[in-house]
Each structure stands twice: as C-alpha cells, then as structure tokens.
Design a protein around this ligand. Structure first.
Ligand code: PLP
Length: 390
C-alpha cells in the first residue's frame, strides 16, 4: 500500500510553508504521531507576536476555549509544592479514574495525552508488520504511527451518512485475519463528529474473531447527547480485548498539560507499559484527579458547546450550507468547493479553521469556540461569500 500518510504530510507542510509558517512544526513531530502535537500543529505558531496569536479565533484543534475549571486550577496550584518530586504524591489520580469507571486500578494506564496511549497501542500491537483497520477520514495520527512502527493501515471509506460501516470493518478484518494488529474506532469520529451507536459497536464486537483487539478512541465522549451512543468501557469489564482511550484535553481543557489514559484488560496494559516513557508532569495528575470528579463543570461545557454548535449550524443552513450532524465539539460544513483556499482566506480574517481531511475535501471542519469566536466565524463566512471567495 502506498504511504499516503507521507504524501499528506508533505502536502500539509507545503501548505504551512506557503502561509509563511515554515519551521513552526517539524515532520518529526507528526511522524511521532503523538495526538496533541499533531493537533497543535494545525494552529501554526504565528511568527509575529503572541498578541497576534491571542487575537486569532482558534477553531482548528477542537480545544476547549474556556480553560480548566476552578476545581482543577486549585488542585494544580496546591500541588505545585510537589513539583520537585518525581512520581509521588500524585493526587491518587489512577484510583480516581478507576473509581469513576468502576474498574480496578490495574485496568488503567496514564499517558501524556491520549495521543501517547494511541501510540503505545501501536507499538504494542503492530509489531512485525501488523495492520490497523479503521475508516478514513478519522484521527489519522493512528495511521501515521502505524507507518512509523513499520505496521500498515487499512483505511476504509465512510459509509452512508458519513457513518463508520461496521460490517465493512468486520469483512476487512476477516480477509486479513492473520495480519491484523487491531481495529481503530474513533467514537464520535474526528473529523465528522458522527457516532458509532452502541448497537453497531455490539454487532462489530460480536462479528469479529474474538481475539482481535479493538481500540475505541473516546476523546469526544463527554459531548455526546444522542441516546443511541454509549461508552465501550463495559466491554473491558466483560473481559473482551477492548482498549478505551480517553483524554483530559477536551472537556477538561488540559490540552497543553498532556494527560490521557487507557482503560483496558491488564494484559494489554502490561504490553503497552513496556513502551511508555512515563513523561507525565506532577501537576496535571492532580488536575486530572480533580477534573474527573467535577461533573458539574463538564456538564456546563457540554451545554454551552452543544448550544453554540447547533446555533452556528443553523446560521450556516440559513445561508444555504449543510453541515454533517455532529455529536462533538466540532462539525463539518459542506462548502461545495475545495476547502484549502478557503482555509487561507479565513486565516487572513483572523479565524483559524481545521485543515483539509481527505477524501472529504469539500467539507470544512470548524471547532466550537466561544460565542464571540463563533460570531467572528459567521461574520467572516458572510464576507467571504459576498466576495465569492466561498
Ligand atoms: N484522539 C482524537 C480523536 C483526537 O481528536 C485527539 C486530539 O485532537 C487525540 C486523540 C489526542 O489528544 P490528546 O493527546 O491531547 O489527548
């Protein structure tokens, strides 16, 4: 299979260079495939000044624009006195996560962002040229990392209504059974925001050979309101070969602090641990322990985000543009023309939007920012449309 990742990486860096951001990120960062670095790379650091960066409406990396809740700031501030210690005290974060999910501590592994967890699964399960099966577009760091560890990615097209076709995934696994390292499901999917329903997950797990591991990336779990969705954590408790990746980067607004975790059967945790660098900072462990207990703050961010997402989608519809119904803190609007030049036009107007996600090259991914940022996005959209730049 041709290395499409390498190709898209080249195109991407070419795009950055054209924008005058050469040197802002290096191919090595993307090759490492760590999620946060890859995500951060979509907002190149402006050369001019921090003030210019601050002035940007940052709708490109699916971040939480509100910042961490007070409970998290307080916990991290108090923990500063332990900044001189290596691994302990740690706010008992692993126990807090295990309690939250009703699992044992041996089912939990921390990572410097869930990007590290995704990489560790790649290191542990793709050894010897194994394959990961998933859809495209999805969170492509998983596929680039597969290339890095000399594995391979089988990328299937999205099905009807931009859904992940679980029947096709089962079929692909069965036809490459001996070579499969794991199946990757992003739920809800980035960049579309579309969920895989709990019934679809069940039919996938029941349809797969029972020893095929499934990695379910639930980075955007907290934003979902559709009752047809459910977390796949109970499958771990059931003893299935399922690994869940979660992050504190999104709903808990700790993207820059780097904390995520896996919930998995202990045998997978042990295999992944062999590759871990243990590079999690002392403060964020306390932040994570506080964040996971602060349900009220998570609910507040979800309500604000969903409300703004739906209002923006309605505004775009009134202008004649359809969006893919989303269950996450971003959505894709169909521009009916290639998005790359439009992305550049938005940036000139001080609005950073998502990069292209082939093969959906006419859909623009927009993260949900603050009310002010969304108003600036709509204002820029209207101006560009009036200039026929859309
Ligand atoms: N998974 C998905 C689907 C993502 O969109 C991201 C980041 O945007 C990540 C994982 C990695 O996030 P982090 O490493 O910050 O936890």
């Amino acid at each position: 299979m041709p290395d499409r990742t390498a190709l898209s990486r080249r195109t991407f860096f070419g795009g950055l260079a054209a924008l005058g951001y050469a040197g802002a990120v290096t191919p090595r960062l993307l090759a490492q495939g760590t999620g946060g670095q890859a995500a951060a790379a979509t907002v190149p650091r402006p050369r001019a000044s921090l003030a210019d960066y601050d002035a940007l409406a940052k709708l490109s990396s699916n971040e939480n624009p509100y910042g961490p809740p007070e409970s998290v700031i307080q916990a991290m501030t108090k923990a500063f006195k332990y900044a001189n210690r290596y691994g302990y005290p740690d706010g008992d974060v692993v126990q807090a996560i295990a309690t939250h999910h009703g699992v044992k501590t041996e089912n939990i592994m921390l990572g410097a962002g869930s990007g590290e967890i995704l990489d560790l699964v790649g290191w542990a399960l793709l050894e010897g040229g194994k394959k990961v099966v998933g859809v495209e577009p999805s969170y492509s760091s998983v596929y680039s990392h597969a290339t890095t560890v000399r594995g391979e990615a089988i990328r299937l097209p999205l099905g009807k209504d931009f859904r992940q076709d679980v029947g096709q995934i089962v079929k692909a696994v069965k036809s490459h059974y001996r070579d499969i390292g794991f199946v990757y499901l992003c739920n809800p999917n980035n960049p579309t925001g579309v969920i895989i329903t709990k019934a679809e997950i069940k039919s996938l797990l029941d349809g797969l050979p029972e020893d095929v591991p499934v990695l379910v990336d639930e980075a955007y779990h907290h934003y979902v309101e559709d009752p047809a969705y459910a977390t796949s954590v109970p499958y771990v408790t059931e003893g299935r070969p399922v690994i869940i990746a979660r992050t504190f980067s999104k709903i808990s607004a700790l993207a820059g602090m780097r904390l995520g975790y896996a919930v998995a059967p202990p045998e997978f945790i042990q295999r992944m641990r062999r590759y871990s660098t243990g590079s999690i900072n002392a403060l964020v462990k306390w932040g994570g322990a506080a964040a996971i207990k602060d349900q009220a703050s998570m609910d507040k961010v979800r309500r604000l985000t969903v409300d703004l997402r739906e209002r923006t989608i309605a505004d775009l519809k009134a202008l004649g543009y359809e969006s893919i119904p989303s269950q996450a803190n971003f959505f894709m609007v169909h521009l009916k023309r290639p998005v790359q030049p439009v992305i550049e036009e938005f940036r000139k107007k001080g609005v950073a939007v998502g990069r292209p996600f082939p093969p959906l090259t006419e859909h623009l991914r927009v993260s949900v920012g603050t009310a002010d940022e969304m108003a600036r996005f709509i204002a820029a959209f209207k101006t560009l449309e009036a200039r026929a730049a859309l």
